[in-house]
Design a protein around this ligand. Sequence first.
Ligand code: SAH
Ligand code: SF4
Length: 351
Amino acid sequence: MSHSRVDFGDVLSMTGTELSELLHEEGAPRFRGRQLFEWLWVHQIQSYAEISVWPIPLRRKMDQQHPFRRAHLIRQQAAPDGTKKLLLGLSDEQRVETVVLPHRYGDSVCISSQVGCAMGCKFCASGLRGRVRQLTAGEMMDQVVVANRLNADRVRHIDLMGIGEPLDNLAAVLRFLQLAHDPAGLNFSYRHVTVSTSGLVPAIQRLADSGLPVTLAVSLHAPTDALRLSLMPVNRAYPLQQLIPMCRYYVTKTGRRVTFEYLLLSHVNDGEEQAHQLGRLIKGFPNHVNLIPWNPVAEHPFQPSPKERVRRFQSIVQEYGISCTIRRELGQEIDAACGQLRLREEEPVSP
Ligand code: SAH
Ligand code: SF4
């Protein structure tokens, strides 16, 4: 990737190579760029003044020419199950929510990719007020950094499943994946990163072609176009006959199985007939179905499926030879579960 200072504007979104070019342009040796990358992501400095290995004039110059302001924690809430929800303030005072989920095999952080969401799904809290703006790669990185710091460095997995549609912000997401993977910084394995999408078909193709072996999760939620369209407006532009073949393409290209997320809304999409339709739709290629009982959102009229209906749905899908699990729900008590994150800019902040 060629250096371009204007592309993403801020040092928090630049690769080590780009920072080297930037420092070179500022008249410093190129190795200062790699140093800056490490001080940003390993030492997690708040300002250039902290870079003790730099000459003071260089610290001052960079502070004047390329100032940065990191995302900061406004408040956190913890649920009895160990889930933590963080409210972060960004450099322009916009806010995003980030969730840390405890797991036996290493905690995961669920990060936001946009302020709000433009997709308008009928069951979700994140899109209720539309999309306010894109997040930068650096703002996604900072969510991981803050979560990891609060969690004693135990975060091992990153899920792009918070607020926003990651593939509606593909350039910044690809950049974020590259930054998070860099061994000189956070050093996340691509295999420990999941990108969840409502099904933007051309962007899935670009992600597949990027060659980064991340896990793709596709929010399916319905096995027919008519039902899916009634829940997810995105289905108008990208119906199932385009989406499913693109999932197969992703598997061929990356060698990784695709996860289908299917949230269960009582007597809307959780019947036996729909389970059979789902089985027929996706059988025959490497995939996995994750059933999510709907997490209540006050503004939407649905009910979560009762346990018996969830189990019945699961066993029918399994009859098709498809691996199908029920997601352990975490963080509901603090509205931190899937689809419950939302914009909170107008609420007063209590310390
Ligand atoms: N925009 C992306 C990623 C963020 S949403 C996407 O839609 O995939 C993360 C997941 O939560 C998606 O599968 C989404 O459909 C699901 N979701 C949204 N609202 C939900 C709710 N109220 N209960 C359970 N899951 C929900
Ligand atoms: Fe956006 Fe995903 Fe919520 Fe749909 S489910 S509105 S795509 S965040």
